[in-house]
Design a protein around this ligand. Sequence first.
Ligand SMILES: Nc1ncnc2c1ncn2[C@@H]1O[C@H](COP(=O)(O)OP(=O)(O)OP(=O)(O)O)[C@@H](O)[C@H]1O
Ligand SMILES: [Mg+2]
Length: 520
Amino acid sequence: MQLNTKNSFTQNLPADPILENSRRQVKSACFSYVIPKSPSQPEILHVSRDMAKTLGITEADISTKAFLNVFSGQQVLENTRPYAMCYGGHQFGNWAGQLGDGRAINLFEVEHDNKHWAVQLKGAGETPYSRTADGLAVLRSSIREYLCSEVMFYLGVPTTRALSLALTGDDVLRDMMYDGNAAYEKGAIVTRVAPSFIRFGSFEIFAARQDHKTLKTLVDYTIKHHFPHLGLPSKATYIQFFAEVSQRTLEMIIHWQRVGFVHGVMNTDNMSILGLTIDYGPYGWLEGFDFGWTPNTTDNQHKRYRYGNQPNIGLWNLYQLANALYPLIEDTEPLEDILETYKGDFEKKSLEMMRSKLGLAQNDDQDSMLIQDLEDALLLTETDMTLFFRNLSNFKKGDGAKGLDIVKDAFYIPNDIADNVAQQWRDWFKAYDSRLENELLSDEKRKVNMNATNPKYVLRNYMAQLAIDDANKGDYKRIDELFQLLKQPYAEQPEYEKWFAKRPDWAKHKVGCSMLSCSS
Ligand SMILES: Nc1ncnc2c1ncn2[C@@H]1O[C@H](COP(=O)(O)OP(=O)(O)OP(=O)(O)O)[C@@H](O)[C@H]1O
Ligand SMILES: [Mg+2]
């Protein structure tokens, strides 16, 4: 395996001088050197071929001992030096102090085809940032992270990627529902890839410690390496930097809303500075369309990170980042303007996104009303988001009276739609139908456009759980089946039609399907 490795992060940023792998507060440094734990019986379960190719890893490389060793933490490549990054974060609205890579270990960077990637193992053992935990990850959460990050990529959502999923051969103790029933589970490692894993919390930690020198070093590094088009460091450049991060964050969240993805733990330590979805923990996919839904049981009470609140939380998190950058800018006004812009852009971009889901290429002043009425109707009875929007593309001009039949499959209890609900839907379809009269595209063309924005297949919560249940029994075929299916989430793929269906009844209240804890 010939990788064109680089070490720009460690070469350009201050290192923790202590080399011992013990838990500690790390000051004035962006990272600590650390060696991954040696797995006792590593095994590669799945590899993302596209991702491998992007890094310059060939098909032949994938089956080598070197590939297994490097991406299970067994072997450190020559001329590379693994490290864990220091960051802090606001968790559920409160400053949590130093967090850092407690179980992520960066291996190296790779340059290939003029692109620069950071490669890291998640679950490869303890680091100075592990606090009270073990640095490990279990198979169930690793399958979820591995599949979902690649699925998001194929859905066109900005995201960190995954290269491989490996078993370590070691058991890991977890109390999955935090109810005193701890049990051993299989340990696993996901190799993650992104241009950078720097988070909002990477900056917050230095601002909180009033270490403005290291803060500036990290901001300048980030701009030079990841936002080079913004130019040399200056106050104006820092403001531009914040504006671009805001924009990217908003764009990412609008994509989440489009596909029905609920992140589940939008703490500032889980916000990428590049606007990539990061940390696939207790995330979930909407089944019934519901602004109030979150899969994360830890957040059950306040539902801070519910579907409908994600854009607001994006803004809240950007406030924290603005506070962290303030010492370098010393002027609140431009930062406040950018946050105001986020609010306006959010309205604009949500409307654009919903228009595209409805196949509306023209602008009409009444569209926000039409969309509001649709959202009201979707909330009346449990209505599957993915099925609804996908089936809506079969609607043809003049179909007003048939609308309900066209989307009927999306209702969880189709035979039990109350008269007033049915009436509300009929009214909505009538309005939609007359709105379509302003559209210039043919029914066929509109359908093509809608199907490019409304996925036919997503990683439904129960689908990942089926793959996990099989994997816990030693059968890994379902991981590959879902991987292959979700590489083309917008394509019809008739051979996979069985996955174009509502959540089955058994999954409604099952742990791992509708409920997820942070235990991973
Ligand atoms: N098993 C663990 N061992 C050590 N540290 C952990 C463990 N699980 C979580 N942490 C740490 O707790 C903090 C919050 O955890 P969170 O669940 O957001 O992250 P994560 O899933 O471990 O990682 P990432 O954000 O890199 O995807 C992070 O600092 C993380 O490294
Ligand atoms: Mg995290």
